[in-house]
Design a protein around this ligand. Structure first.
Ligand SMILES: C[S@@+](CC[C@H](N)C(=O)[O-])C[C@H]1O[C@@H](n2cnc3c(N)ncnc32)[C@H](O)[C@@H]1O
Length: 280
């Protein structure tokens, strides 16, 4: 039986697809229209295999009708989120941060709060910290830290470990490699780790951007919320932006992914660069 379960591809029925896709959009924000049916089916195959569950009907029963459902939802969210990220992704934003946002913000204060609001496995918030460090070298001391949040449990675990494959940092300059990454003592290992001093600047929390209360007790000066809104419908995008902006200081900067924009939901934000906005 086990053998059969491991090799069988389970098909998702209409009823189960509708139930799961509606729930996921409500809970996580991720749109799953009918064209995404195969995607949902394939992303959840591994869960069914791991749990030795023979079909999506029984999977729905587990998720929606049992006490263990809440635990499975965490795993399901992990399976359906797209966590692709890279060091130096959309690097023009880091340049903007160093040459425009940080000089402007530090005219009036030397304490800054940064936030990577869908941080995936950590490359983005560590990168933000590296560029603040670069700014500090030239412009003098600034106290700062970076909040890094995501809904995906396994991504946050990886982010906290801060261990990456060497090929992930091919794109990083040699200067940054030397300053911010530690090679493994074991020469056979192709891993690097973010150095402890930089790790200390970044703290991780699970936050679901779809929830009304993010449980954050501070306001931020720089927020990166990149490559997550594309998965949401317009209404949810607007709600997330409204909530994020309410957690920003006036004069703070919001960075979206290059393919994302605030069309029609600008609130009190002015466009100051490619997918960069400033709170008025
Ligand atoms: C494609 S990654 C983007 C990572 C990074 N910001 C970047 O641009 O490289 C999208 C991330 O959004 C997270 N995500 C999706 N829905 C979310 C939600 N409702 N709340 C918080 N994070 C969410 C996913 O877990 C994933 O790690």
């Amino acid at each position: 039986m086990k053998q059969v379960l491991e090799t069988t591809v389970r098909k998702i029925g209409d009823k189960e697809f509708n139930k799961l896709s509606r729930f996921i959009e409500q809970e996580v924000g991720i749109k799953l229209p009918p064209v995404k049916r195969t995607l949902l089916e394939s992303r959840l195959q591994k869960r069914l295999k791991t749990l030795q569950i023979p079909d999506f009907g029984q999977y729905c029963d587990l998720v929606f009708t049992t006490d263990e459902g809440a635990l499975e939802i965490v795993e399901m969210i992990d399976a359906i989120t797209t966590n692709k990220t890279d060091f130096m992704r959309e690097s023009a934003h880091f340049e903007f941060m160093v040459h425009t946002a940080l000089p402007e913000l530090t005219k009036s204060r030397r304490e800054l709060n940064l936030w990577s609001a869908a941080c995936s496995s950590g490359q983005e918030p560590y990168n933000m910290a590296m560029f603040v460090e670069e700014f500090i070298e030239k412009a003098g001391m600034v106290n700062y830290n970076v909040a890094a949040t995501d809904i995906s449990k396994s991504s946050l675990e990886k982010a906290r470990r801060a261990v990456y494959d060497m090929k992930d940092i091919d794109i990083v300059s040699n200067g940054f490699k030397k300053k911010y990454f530690l090679k493994s003592r074991d020469a056979k290992k192709t891993e690097v780790r973010i150095k402890a001093d930089l790790r200390k600047k970044v703290y991780f929390r699970p936050i679901n951007l779809m929830k009304d209360d993010y449980g954050l007790n501070k306001k931020f000066d720089i927020v990166f919320c990149r490559n997550v809104l594309i998965y949401f419908n317009k209404e949810n995008q607007a709600d997330v932006i409204r909530r994020i902006v309410s957690h920003m200081n006036s004069g703070g900067y919001l960075f979206l992914g290059h393919s994302e924009s605030l069309a029609g939901m600008r609130k009190n934000l002015v466009s100051v660069g490619t997918s960069v906005y400033r709170k008025e």
